[in-house]
Design a protein. Structure first.
Length: 164
């Protein structure tokens, strides 16, 4: 599925000696699954958190329940808190977090189906962004995995020790 992206990601992480952790909500572990399809991924993939419920985000990643109550699970602050929590609760130096509305239900005027917030932490630098992906549930989840891997590659290329 994303073998080439994962191979490129693996090479960038291995050359730095860094590990990756994922914190996934709407993808339910698909990013971690894509990464661990590669033989030898234990050399660069540290762990994955599937935090589908709000309680899981709080218990496993340390996301403040008040942030979720104030902004909703699908929000920039929660995506950033998830990415930060994945680093705090692992031995990884790089993390990606995703929280979104995969559909077909759950959308709203402010957060329509296909809305996904991404959080990234790379060597201490926290960033976030949102995307809206078209299509059904499977298409939204697949596009989310693809974007997460591509953006991680870009961020690793821009890092302090990175080469583009």
């Amino acid at each position: 599925m994303n073998t080439s992206l994962c191979e490129q990601l693996a090479a960038k992480l291995l050359e730095r000696g860094w590990m990756l952790a994922t914190a996934e909500s709407c993808t339910g572990g698909l990013i971690a699954a894509a990464c661990t399809e590669l033989s030898g991924s234990s050399n660069w993939f540290e762990r994955g958190f599937v935090t589908y419920s709000n309680e899981a985000k709080t218990e496993l990643l340390g996301v403040d329940a008040d942030l979720i109550a104030q902004h909703g699970a699908v929000s920039e602050v929660v995506a950033r808190a998830m990415a930060f929590g994945a680093i705090r609760h692992s031995k990884a130096r790089v993390s990606v977090a995703v929280t979104g509305v995969a559909g077909p239900t759950g959308g709203s005027a402010e957060k329509p189906v296909g809305t996904v917030w991404f959080g990234f932490q790379v060597d201490g630098q926290l960033s976030s962004e949102t995307r809206r992906f078209p299509g059904d549930r499977a298409a939204v989840r697949s596009a989310t995995v693809d974007h997460a891997l591509r953006r991680l590659l870009e961020l690793l290329g821009q890092g302090k020790n990175g080469t583009s």
